[in-house]
Write a protein that binds this ligand. Structure first.
Ligand code: HEM
Ligand code: NAG
Ligand code: NAG
Ligand code: NAG
Ligand code: NAG
Length: 391
């Protein structure tokens, strides 16, 4: 049935040229057959949760800025946001160019396009999906809230996309300002320049792990000194360190060898961070970069410049979160992250009200998230606030 809502979606997609499903993501809807448009409508319907895709078989380096994935400038209605990795995959058509995708599409695209390890991809994607996505349509915006994710469940659900502050997105980002200052998601030239200066001073003109440690530390000091609402505990404590390593893990060409494989050219960095663009001929890294590699990078940064988890109580007054620090030092941090996202999910979707397809979707997405948790922690207890998944 062609409802007014569906018509709006078709119009918006014709405008943005972003299509899910069988139609190539960089194509336009004009001139498409009714069957193809029908397919899109069906793919934007209530589908509930779906099992996570598996790991890709071949993780060798390959050309990914190829003729099927050209960079195209952003069109009205398409959304980009806080994550330069996902922004770039969308601007090259590895993800739908609209910036709205299913978590399954994201897990596959980050593996295919940038060689992110399956465990890491599943962990971040389903954490984000649970708090920022639409469980009914199985769609997540990588930027702002948009109607392209379809009719949302009632409040307190947010379904706000990755730009939503304080559920996944957080403070002291490398190139994006803190939400307190009004814009938590746009590329900021002043902040990028700090990354450049640190790379000149500590990386010999490249962004390497030494430069990353400085930038990570400085951004936290700046937020402590200026943002009364600065928050740097679970989950942000983990994501902030991981994201400082990602540019080295994923934005360096896979043909680089030796020391060059661990340092990022600053012009290439600007392309990804500012323009969501891969350099000409870009090859993805050789071999997957997953949770183990991220953990090693995180340790390097923390050892270079220790910052305890905590939050501001007024400008300049940083209070250490002792409980989280203890877990970080002696406990199971991945399991604490899991508990945080389970709690957040239950806050957004109170269990007695979540019924039918909503309940099924939440159970499925939690189960998908837990696949990655289990691969990193053999003792973390799985939780079933919405019952178990019926397969
Ligand atoms: C797998 C799915 C992914 C999800 C759901 C995701 C989500 C996010 C989110 C919500 C942020 C904002 C955090 C913040 O700074 O407040 C972020 C930042 C970031 N992401 Fe992703 N991301 C994903 C994959 C990737 C990939 C494949 C890369 C490749 C390099 C990447 C690189 C980054 C970087 C570098 C930042 C920090 C940006 C900055 O601080 O300026 N992410 N991501
Ligand atoms: C973060 O950015 C989004 C827009 O993408 C905006 O709706 C939201 O209000 C911002 N959050 C804060 C706290 O400023
Ligand atoms: C960029 O960040 C700097 C430093 O935090 C800030 O002063 C400036 O207002 C930001 N620029 C924009 C356009 O948000
Ligand atoms: C980063 O580059 C600088 C300058 O070449 C070098 O001294 C430093 O050891 C490098 N850091 C890492 C972790 O390789
Ligand atoms: C999750 O909620 C439980 C029960 O309310 C609480 O005991 C636990 O500390 C919370 N965990 C996290 C990480 O928020």
């Amino acid at each position: 049935m062609l409802t007014a809502y569906n018509l709006l979606c078709i119009l918006a997609l014709a405008l943005t040229g972003a299509i899910a499903g069988a139609i190539e993501p960089f194509a336009s809807l004009s001139g498409r057959t009714d069957a193809e448009i029908e397919h899109f409508i069906r793919s934007n319907k209530v589908v509930g949760g779906r099992p996570a895709p598996g790991p890709i078989a071949d993780t060798s380096s390959k050309l990914v800025n190829d003729k099927h994935h050209p960079w195209l400038p952003l069109l009205p209605g398409q959304t980009r946001g806080v994550c330069p990795g996902l922004n770039t995959l969308a601007s090259h058509g590895w993800l739908p160019r609209s910036g709205v995708a299913s978590p399954g599409q994201i897990v596959t695209a980050v593996q295919e396009g940038l060689n992110m390890g399956w465990d890491l991809a599943v962990l971040i994607t389903y954490a984000a999906m649970l708090v920022d996505g639409n469980p009914l349509t199985d769609l997540l915006s990588i930027g702002s809230k948009t109607f392209l994710t379809g009719p949302a469940p009632p409040k307190p659900a947010i379904v706000g996309g990755l730009n939503t502050h304080a559920v996944f997105e957080g403070d002291a980002s490398l190139t994006r300002g803190d939400a307190f200052f009004g814009d938590n998601h746009s590329f900021n030239e002043t902040l990028f320049d700090q990354l450049v200066q640190a790379s000149i001073a500590f990386g010999g003109g490249k962004y390497n792990a030494s430069a990353a440690a400085e930038v990570r530390f400085n951004r936290v000091q700046q937020s402590i000194a200026t943002n009364p609402e600065f928050f740097f505990s679970i989950p942000r404590y983990a994501t902030a360190f991981a994201e400082a390593i990602f540019p080295i893990g994923f934005f360096v060409d896979g043909r680089a060898t030796g020391a060059a494989a661990f340092e990022l050219d600053l012009t290439v960095a600007r392309g990804f961070f500012q323009d969501s663009r891969m350099p000409k001929d870009f090859h993805r890294r050789d071999g997957a970069f997953g949770l183990d590699a991220t953990g090693a990078g995180l340790s390097f940064l923390v050892n270079a410049h220790f910052i305890p988890p905590g939050f501001n109580q007024g400008v300049g007054n940083y209070v250490v979160d002792q409980e989280t620090l203890d877990i970080f030092n002696n406990g199971d941090f991945i399991c604490a992250l899991y508990d945080f996202f389970v709690n957040k999910t239950v806050e957004l979707y109170p269990t007695p009200k979540a019924k039918g397809v909503l309940r099924q979707a939440l159970a499925q997405n939690l189960a998908n998230f837990f696949l990655a948790v289990r691969s990193a922690s053999s003792t973390c207890p799985e939780q079933f606030p919405y019952g178990s998944v019926h397969n």
